[in-house]
Design a protein around this ligand. Structure first.
Ligand code: UD1
Length: 424
């Protein structure tokens, strides 16, 4: 098993970094490629990540042709002809996000069988909102033997109110509604930039989706859809991770082509701390001086609130800013496991239910630590850059799900970091 080894303490990141297409955007976009019965779909700016390979396999498993040209970051999908309607456990169990194929398969085939996604370390992550929405559109749902079976001759437009603005449920229902008979409205919909990106692709495919980016979506069903070309939106979480990395290391880093609007909640908290964040023609520049930073309180919320996917990395920043910072995690109930690992590096923090109090600015020492989930792995690597001595981060399968060449990008900015295979 690979490990990342960091010699920390004096790291100061400087330079420019390039950001990939967003993992959380491309996964539902790949699910949407199932919908067209005419033409091919070409997705550009596709990141080379293990989750993308998994989603490609989910789509291939439906008898759809998927070609990933990694050199060009381009995926071409041909879903013409009959497609199968079963997404097997083998893939769904690997990646919870594959549940977003349920809506498109059902909409296209009138029948879909998808394995229940399994447990997840960051929380229980039910899919009741996905299923209730499909039922409102006339689907008959059965759950047996670990599988969800959904049936509807043709889905019917419905008015759906979501108890919580779930990202995955919004995507699933939005895709299902594109081929439904009549109009669907989704109230209290998720507003993430990845939802807007999906709506943009669906509209290029001939769908009629309005309101994406607001809490009210309207989808007028169409009879058929066609292939389209689309470039995946930049990864705001990867960009945010490098912003935090710069802030933690007294850095001066230009995050190229990062989208200001998508990172506004993070930027606002960085600025409140005293980090200099400026918009330039080429991207977002982050300049930091740790001696001048103040502790802050952050609460994760659905977009446009502070993203839960930046919570772990931001706690790493809180750990190096003198004084007591508070992090409140309201989206997932068990997303503080990285703090336990960071304790091994000398972090002083207390967790009470959804609130972590972090006593920052105390000396941190390198240690051997283990990633517990995707964003936790990034947080541990960032902490390793500022901790004195050697940090070894294991279980990189999490990191590879969402960061492309993370250690190489950090090394280019000046970090002393390398990746070795387990036997080295
Ligand atoms: C997506 C992102 C993930 C991010 C999360 C929240 C992808 C591939 N993943 O995950 O990185 O952390 O949004 O921004 O885009 N919930 C229910 N019932 C449901 C669905 C969700 O109760 O049917 C709850 C979940 O348990 C969780 C909360 O809603 O507490 C947020 O989940 P959701 O927005 O659905 O996240 P995902 O789409 O799974």
């Amino acid at each position: 098993m690979d490990k990342i080894i960091i010699e920390g303490g004096k790291t100061q990141l400087k330079g420019e970094v390039i950001i990939e297409g967003a993992k959380n955007a491309v996964l539902p976009l790949l699910a949407a490629t199932i919908l067209p019965t005419e033409g091919q779909t070409v997705l550009k700016n596709v990141p080379i990540l293990s989750d993308v390979f998994t989603m490609n396999n989910v789509v291939r498993g439906l008898d759809v042709t998927v070609h990933f040209n990694e050199a060009e970051n381009e995926v071409t999908v041909d879903a013409r002809g009959d497609i199968l309607d079963v997404a097997p456990y083998e893939y769904v169990s690997k990646m919870r996000a594959s549940i977003v194929v349920l809506g498109p398969i059902l909409a296209r085939n009138g029948h879909a069988k998808v394995s229940m996604p399994g447990g997840c370390t960051i929380g229980s992550r039910p899919i009741d909102l996905h299923l209730k929405g499909l039922e409102a559109m006339g689907a008959k749902i059965e759950q047996t033997g670990g599988d969800i079976t959904a049936t509807a001759d043709r889905l019917k437009g419905a008015n759906i109110y979501m108890d919580f603005p779930s990202v995955g449920a919004t995507q699933n229902l939005m895709m299902a509604a594109t081929l439904a008979e009549g109009t669907t409205t989704i109230e209290n919909a998720a507003r993430e930039p990845e939802i807007v990106d999906l709506a943009n692709l669906l509209n290029k495919m001939g769908a009629s989706v309005t309101g994406a980016g607001t809490e009210n979506l309207t989808i007028i069903g169409v009879d058929k859809m066609h292939g389209a070309e689309h470039s995946v939106v930049q990864d705001r979480i990867e960009a945010g991770t490098f912003m935090v990395a710069a802030a933690m290391t007294n850095g001066d880093v230009l995050i190229k082509d990062a989208v200001w609007e998508h990172n506004r909640p993070l930027i606002s908290k960085l600025r409140e701390m005293g980090v200099e964040v400026t918009e330039e023609e080429a991207g977002i520049r982050v300049v930091s001086n740790l001696d001048h930073l103040k502790p802050v309180t952050v609460k994760t919320m659905p977009h446009p609130g502070f993203p839960t996917d930046m919570q772990a990395q931001f706690t790493a920043l809180m750990a190096v800013v003198s004084g007591e910072s508070t992090m409140i995690e309201t989206v997932f109930e068990n997303r503080f496991q990285h703090l336990e690992e960071m304790r091994r590096m000398g972090l002083n923090s207390e967790i009470l239910r959804d609130t972590a109090r972090i006593h920052g600015g105390l000396p941190l020492q390198g240690a051997q630590v283990m990633s517990t989930d995707l964003r936790a792995s990034a947080a541990l690597i960032l902490t390793g850059m500022v901790a004195e001595g050697t940090t070894i981060v294991g279980k990189l399968t999490h990191l590879d799900r969402g960061y492309y060449k993370f250690h190489e990008k950090l090394a280019q900015l000046g970090a002393n970091i390398r990746r070795v295979n387990g036997d080295s």
